[in-house]
Design a binder for this molecule. Structure first.
Ligand code: ADP
Ligand code: MG
Length: 359
């Protein structure tokens, strides 16, 4: 399921990013590449460069950086010599443990950002998320043979989700779990944070005119060098994706120099007994959040966008609207359960459906 969804997203990105035609700036050519081996998604980079060699040099290095960040933020696998998230979750309950500096940076970012999400995002919810993850894995192999997690098990796990019990000592990159049953899950933020780091590096590289799509996380560099002033990023129709139609978009957002991140109930899910169980869990109910289908956040920093997309997905629309309106430089588009689309004022100015263009 995941792979299929990722492919759909990739195809869709490619379609949206076809060149603008007559006004193409001749000195620059459009190139694209994709790879599948990081962050459980397909990553596609499209860029404008004078020569293919420039594009290849930049994207090879971008890929190398994604691969390295993937290893550090991987919560499921060990890698020789890498003190990653998996290693931390194994070792930190036993006492202080040294972790990779990039992991420490992401944890510090979470310590700073999480208090601004009204309790909707909690990277220390791992004990609860592990139960849901195991259920989804089992259901992928044997949807008939599994039952959803019991509330009793979820409530027991929810006793061990206090991020304040995770002690960070940045001077020595040391982490300690004061509550040994704590587990950290960085799924809500790691991909967007990694995309931001790679995107920032690309902005400084020889190819600042690019768009980088990592699943539902898009980092948009300088405008395309073909006469267009902005890149177009599709907002997918959740049911379109579920039923396998890559062209089923609800809208297109025209943007440059920002990030566009979507959280939705259609990205990772299983169906058991006719019920769809997706991967974003409300810390209140301990169940998949069910107040909307998807939310897209537009803001400069893709790590912040990623946290916010998960946070706003968990909030009921009305509360989320007040929350987003209170944030500087953050715009949002909601797809509600009845398929109604809501947008902040700033987002309207980017939306094709509201008359925005790439010229
Ligand atoms: P995606 O992984 O599809 O990009 P998100 O950025 O919304 O989507 O992150 C969802 C992931 O975040 C889940 O797979 C899980 O690992 C984690 N997660 C789910 N619910 C929460 C939550 N309430 N707080 C923190 N992390 C969560
Ligand atoms: Mg997120």
């Amino acid at each position: 399921m995941r792979r299929r969804v990722s492919l759909v997203i990739a195809l869709y990105m490619l379609l949206l990013c076809l060149p603008g035609g007559a006004a193409a700036e001749e000195a620059y050519e459009r190139f694209s590449m994709s790879f599948f081996n990081t962050f459980d998604t397909i990553i596609t980079i499209i860029g404008y460069a004078r020569e293919k060699a420039v594009f290849e040099g930049v994207t090879q290095e971008a890929r190398r950086r994604f691969e390295s960040l993937h290893e550090v933020f991987d919560g499921y696998n060990a890698y020789e010599g890498v003190k990653n998230l998996y290693y931390m979750n194994q070792q930190a309950p036993k006492g202080p443990v040294e972790v990779d500096p990039e992991l420490m940076s992401l944890l510090l970012f979470c310590k700073e950002a999480q208090p601004h999400t009204n309790g909707t995002v909690n990277v220390a919810l791992g004990a609860v998320l592990e139960i849901w993850h195991a259920f989804r894995e089992d259901a992928e192999y044997d949807p008939e043979g599994v039952s959803p997690p019991s509330m009793e098990a979820l409530r027991e796990a929810a006793k061990h989700v206090d991020f304040d019990q995770v002690l960070l000592e940045p001077e020595t990159n040391t982490v300690t779990y004061l509550d040994p049953y704590t587990r950290i899950d960085l799924g809500s933020v790691a991909k967007g944070y990694a995309a931001q780091l790679v995107g920032e590096w690309m902005m400084e590289s020889g190819m600042p005119s690019f768009i980088l799509s990592a699943g539902g996380n898009v980092v948009v560099g300088d405008p395309p060098l073909d006469g267009r002033l902005r890149w177009g990023v599709g907002v997918q129709d959740p049911d379109g994706v579920i039923f396998g139609d890559p062209d089923a978009n609800m809208d297109v957002l025209f943007v440059s120099g920002t990030s566009v991140v979507t959280s939705g109930d259609y990205q990772r899910y299983v169906v058991v007994d006719g019920m769809r169980y997706h991967h974003i869990i409300s810390p209140d109910t301990l169940m998949p959040a069910d107040t909307m289908r998807a939310v897209t956040i537009v803001t400069k920093d893709s790590g912040w966008s990623d946290i916010l997309s998960t946070a706003v997905f968990v909030m009921p629309y009305e509360a989320g609207r007040v929350f987003v309106d209170s944030l500087e430089g953050v715009e949002a588009l909601w797809v509600l359960n009845d398929h109604t689309v809501e947008m902040t004022e700033g987002l309207r100015a980017m939306a094709k459906s509201e008359g925005a263009t790439n010229r």
